[in-house]
Design a protein around this ligand. Structure first.
Ligand SMILES: Nc1ncnc2c1ncn2[C@@H]1O[C@H](COP(=O)(O)OP(=O)(O)OP(=O)(O)O)[C@@H](O)[C@H]1O
Ligand SMILES: [Mg+2]
Length: 260
């Protein structure tokens, strides 16, 4: 089992050129192996936050620490970090297996072990039958599964996902949520998952953070009170509804509280 990374944000400030204050003094600690969902109104700073954690962007003030070390602008793989965006970002001239193998190739892993690890990752997301298809021959849901497999192939200790399944139909999304939850249960990497879907946050995460309108503050830091093993049928239960109701109420409050 790969232990997850700890993420600590302290007094983070991020202002964009033109004076857009995305984040003003945010504190957050995520323990190793936690699965955290981030919810908040559009434009409140969620993607900005993930980019800061990834070290793709730097704050003007405050610190982002990964296992106590400043997040650095360097190869994600070296940090044990993987990022999944809303678009799958696959290379159209590579088949599924070669797309998934790409991060290993960039790390200099030899062809044999590379193919084996990529094959396993493709299998884990249920795409064994499509191993040699090209992105143009895949549905949107299949492309996202390839993207997820590509993120998982390096065994990341920190996985950042920015609305990865937002463009998919509800049933496909629920299937992918179950797959992702299964991968997390197996590997226990730290996950930060941005979503606008309250039910998705409740189903996936152990903890949900609801942010206010820009500049983002935490309006609710909520432990999801649901069993560790979750299946699709959980979504229809009163316990599940109680969780989503709390998140919904906090989102409404956060939307009112913002200053932007
Ligand atoms: N590179 C940039 N230059 C200028 N402003 C930016 C830049 N990136 C983001 N912003 C602004 O910062 C704010 C936060 O943006 P961010 O993308 O983090 O929001 P978000 O919470 O991810 O929104 P959504 O839910 O719509 O994806 C927005 O007002 C946005 O316009
Ligand atoms: Mg965003």
């Amino acid at each position: 089992m790969v232990p997850g990374r700890a993420v600590t944000l302290s007094r983070i400030q991020k202002t964009f050129p033109g004076g857009v204050q995305a984040i003003a003094g945010l504190d957050l600690h995520v323990a190793p192996g936690e699965f955290v969902a981030l919810l908040g109104p559009s434009g409140c700073g969620k993607s900005t936050l993930l980019r800061l954690v990834a070290g793709l962007d730097q704050p003007e003030g405050g610190q982002v620490l990964i296992d106590g070390q400043p997040a650095r602008l360097q190869s994600g793989q070296r940090q044990g970090l993987a990022f999944v965006f809303q678009d799958a970002h696959l290379l159209p001239w590579r088949d599924v297996l070669a797309n998934v193998a790409l991060p290993l190739e960039l790390m200099g892993v030899a062809a044999g072990p590379r193919r084996k690890a990529a094959g396993l990752a493709v299998e884990q997301v249920g795409l064994s039958d499509a191993m040699h298809r090209y992105p143009a021959q895949l549905s949107g849901g299949m492309r996202m599964r390839v993207s997820l497999a590509r993120a998982m192939v390096t065994n990341p200790q920190l996985l950042l996902l920015d609305e990865p399944f937002a463009a998919l139909d509800e049933i496909t999304r629920q299937g992918l949520d179950e797959q992702l939850r299964g991968l997390w249960l197996e590997r226990r990497m730290t996950i930060l998952f941005v979503t606008h879907a309250i039910a998705e946050a409740a189903f996936l995460a152990q903890r949900a953070l609801v942010l206010t309108r820009r500049p983002a503050r935490v309006v609710l830091d909520h432990t999801i009170d649901l069993p560790l093993q979750r299946s699709g049928s959980l979504r229809g239960t009163p316990q599940f509804a109680a969780q989503t109701a709390q998140l919904y109420e906090a989102l409404q409050r956060g939307d009112r509280d913002g200053t932007a």
